[in-house]
Write a protein that binds this ligand. Structure first.
Ligand code: F6P
Length: 351
């Protein structure tokens, strides 16, 4: 009986359990055993695994998080860990591995593929910043949660005549901010792809006020830069060299209040965007990815990642998928900008 290892690495996101269930259920058709590797690459280094059966994946489709755990462990940080990981693949007789993750986890998958480990990838991240796939699962849920939160913030902002700055996740890219901002009618959206100018933001909010609107909603990605610098919560880096982001919302909120004198509040949505049950869209995408990944293993088509292109599930080279981040489509951002108030001068320039 073929034994396939499966792991979830990096930040969790809604839909991980839906993928695991799909992989297990599809593998049963081929009479394969699926071994859940606990806590990402860490479990493969430490030899922590569990057999996943029809029974163990029963009822997990709508469940948030990941039943096999995750971590931000980098097995290439030291040679000893790499060796342990390779030894455990042999020891546990894993014929191939399905790695579910974002750019870091799939970057490791690519390195292992280059060392002849039979491996396929499944893209996941709420940030939606992986190349070669139109969407990653988890993103739609994060956008829905952010949209609902911003809808609620509208009514309190309006009652109190305040500016509310909403900080959302998005380390390198502003997909969540742009989508949730458009969906909820944000008055400004600030993203990493477009350095912001405080004077511009304030004159836009002032223009909105002059139009008789006594409140505003500003959505900002955690990865947006203040004075060309990332705002970090802590300098401590994870094993892939990333700092913990967070705090741009507070900086921006203070700046707006000081410059305009408008009462301002700041809300940081953070990990709420990653928790809880996935939307129907994410459940379906995750299920399609899981089934497609098993098919890649069946065809022995390794070094690939399943991806969504238009409405079709395709396979792409892992190498291409992790080569660069997928940044926000600026045509979409321009749609969002239509709804920002601009000084007269800017209107003339833009349209
Ligand atoms: O990679 C997804 C993500 O949610 C980013 O948007 C965010 O910067 C990061 O993970 C937070 O990671 P952690 O859960 O380790 O704090």
């Amino acid at each position: 009986m073929k034994k396939i290892g499966i792991l979830t690495g990096g930040g969790d996101c809604p839909g991980l359990n839906a993928v695991i269930r799909a992989v297990v259920r599809k593998s049963i058709h081929y009479n394969w055993e699926i071994i859940g590797i606990k806590n990402g690459w860490k479990g493969l280094i430490q030899g922590e695994m569990e057999l996943l059966t029809d029974y163990s994946v029963s009822g997990i489709l709508p469940k948030g998080g990941t039943i096999i755990g995750t971590s931000r462990t980098n097995p290439f940080k030291n040679e000893e860990d790499t060796k342990k990981l390779l030894d455990n693949i042999k020891k546990f007789e894993l014929e191939s591995i399905i790695a579910i993750g974002g750019d870091d986890t799939l970057g490791v998958a690519l390195r292992l593929h280059n060392m002849n480990v039979p491996i396929v990838g499944i893209p996941k991240t709420i940030d939606n910043d992986l190349s070669c796939t139109d969407y990653t699962f988890g993103f739609d849920t994060a956008v829905s949660i952010a949209t609902e939160a911003i809808d609620r913030l509208h009514s309190t902002a309006e009652s109190h005549h305040r500016v509310i700055v909403v900080e959302v996740m998005g380390r390198h890219t502003g997909w969540i901010a742009t989508f949730a901002g458009i969906a909820s009618g944000a008055d400004e959206i600030i993203i990493p792809e477009k350095p912001y100018d405080l004077d511009d933001v304030c004159s836009n909010l002032k223009a909105r006020c002059d139009r008789g609107k006594t409140f505003s909603i500003v959505v900002v990605s955690e990865g947006a830069k203040s004075s060309n610098h990332l705002v970090v919560k802590s300098d401590k880096k994870d094993e892939f060299g990333h700092e913990r982001l967070g705090g741009i919302g507070n900086i921006l909120g203070k700046e707006i209040e000081q410059k305009l004198g408008f009462e301002t509040r700041v809300v940081v949505l953070g990990h709420i965007l990653r928790g809880g049950t996935p939307t129907a869209y994410d459940r379906i995408l995750a299920t399609r990815f899981g089934v497609a990944a098993v098919e890649l293993v069946k065809e022995q088509n390794f070094g690939k990642m399943v991806a969504l292109k238009g409405n079709k599930i395709v396979s792409v080279n892992l190498e291409e998928a992790v080569s660069k981040s997928k940044t926000v489509d600026m045509d979409l951002y321009k749609i969002a900008e239509v709804f920002f108030d601009r000084s007269k001068q800017k209107h003339v320039e833009a349209f």
